[in-house]
Ligand binder design. Structure first.
Ligand SMILES: Cc1ncc(COP(=O)(O)O)c(C=O)c1O
Length: 376
């Protein structure tokens, strides 16, 4: 559970470290499936390893609950959805990550779930649907890739008061910008593949809960589903977590800077970033998040084909589908399946730790090839 009296930056660096004389400063990698019988652990699918324990302890301390680490963010999300009964009522953010949206569609088809999709910002609608007693409310804030912001404290506390299970995909905010469990969320979920790992070199996921019964059933899901995080991945994710505060501070500051510069560029029609005063999510983000995060999206002039050709002209920022790494990556999201709600030219940019002036030079050089809004 939460470490008392320490700032999150300190917790990220210290939580889960060995503390006995003679132990290594960092928990070692334990690449084992099997343990000699007679001890606490027998088989690592269910019993984990000391590396997984350390990673979970650190995330649990940051989020204020117990963390369970999974093989990916989708495995973590599945462990929550797998607990729903046939015919469940599921209230889900309309613009949530496409993998989760597909999972929900599959549940509707195979398990007869009744799915109600809500715009993240429509707090009244979330609250009125909580009143009907759904089996699960699933928020994602800020959302991927539209950067929509939900009133996480307001919605989670209403769900808690009504006894409704409420999950928040906290991947974009990270535990440093938002702690959903503090507001009554049942679960906080992460793709550790993104900012927590931070180096685009692992797949991992987390579910965090403060409810001991939920923790036990998640452990059972992980044991039976078998999607336990790997030994190396747990080590890398914990190592990544140690620098999350500095990486995020740097990336977030650069993202804010780039958002302002993009807003003035003649080939940009819209910038979505919760840290921009003109963004529809700005006011709620100010109240609910400790910072706007390090991802922004923007729409451009030109056709999707012109935009793709423009992205080919980048030399520093990598065109790649994932996000949250030390290296900046971007992608035109509508090229993916299941992204019908995403505008055709929308580019999602995950800002890394490079110098912001280098990023801007690369980006603006490429964008200069698109038609200008002034001559459209
Ligand atoms: C917000 C969000 N949640 C969950 C996931 C799924 O995570 P993973 O790719 O680690 O399975 C992603 C992946 O992009 C994501 O962006």
């Amino acid at each position: 559970m939460a470490a008392d009296n320490l700032q999150a930056e300190t917790v990220a660096v210290t939580a889960g470290r060995p503390d006995q004389p003679g132990e290594p400063l960092n928990v070692a990698i334990h690449p084992t499936s099997n343990y000699l019988q007679g001890g606490e652990r027998e088989y690592s699918r269910g019993d984990g390893t000391p590396t997984i324990d350390a990673f979970e302890a650190a995330i649990g301390a940051l989020e204020g609950g117990w963390a369970l680490a999974f093989a990916s963010g989708m495995a973590a999300a599945s462990a929550v959805f797998d607990q729903l009964p046939r015919g469940a009522i599921v209230v889900v953010a309309e613009g949530c990550y496409q993998g989760v949206a597909a999972l929900v569609d599959e549940g509707a088809e195979r398990q007869g779930w009744e799915v109600k999709r809500v715009a993240s910002a429509d707090t009244d609608r979330w609250l009125s649907l909580i009143d009907i007693g759904p089996d699960l409310v699933w928020l994602e804030s800020p959302s991927n890739p539209m950067l929509e912001v939900a009133d996480v404290p307001g919605i989670c506390s209403a769900a808690a008061a009504a006894g409704v299970t409420c999950a928040v995909d906290n991947t974009f905010a990270t535990p440093l910008l938002q702690r959903p469990l503090d507001h009554g969320a049942t679960y906080s979920i992460h793709s550790a593949t993104k900012f927590i790992g931070g180096h685009s070199d692992l797949l991992g996921g987390l579910v965090v809960t403060a409810d001991p019964d939920r923790r036990r059933s998640l452990e059972q899901r992980r044991l039976l589903g078998g999607a336990t995080i790997g030994a190396l991945e747990a080590f890398l994710a914990l190592r990544g977590l140690r620098t999350l505060p500095v990486r995020l501070a740097r990336s977030q500051a650069s993202a804010a800077d780039l958002a302002h510069r993009l807003a003035k560029h003649s080939a940009i029609t819209t910038v979505r970033f919760p840290g921009l005063a003109t963004d529809p999510g700005y006011t709620v983000a100010k109240r609910t998040l400790s910072g706007p995060g390090a991802v922004l999206s923007f729409e451009t002039t030109g056709t999707p084909q012109q935009v793709d050709a423009t992205l080919d002209g980048l030399s520093l920022i990598r065109v790649a589908t994932s996000l949250g790494g030390v290296e900046s990556t971007l992608e035109r999201r509508a090229r993916l399946r299941g992204q019908n709600h995403v505008p055709a030219t929308l580019i999602r940019l995950s800002v890394g730790c490079e110098h912001v002036d280098d990023l801007w030079r690369d980006l603006s050089n490429a964008l200069d090839h698109l038609p200008s809004t002034e001559i459209r």
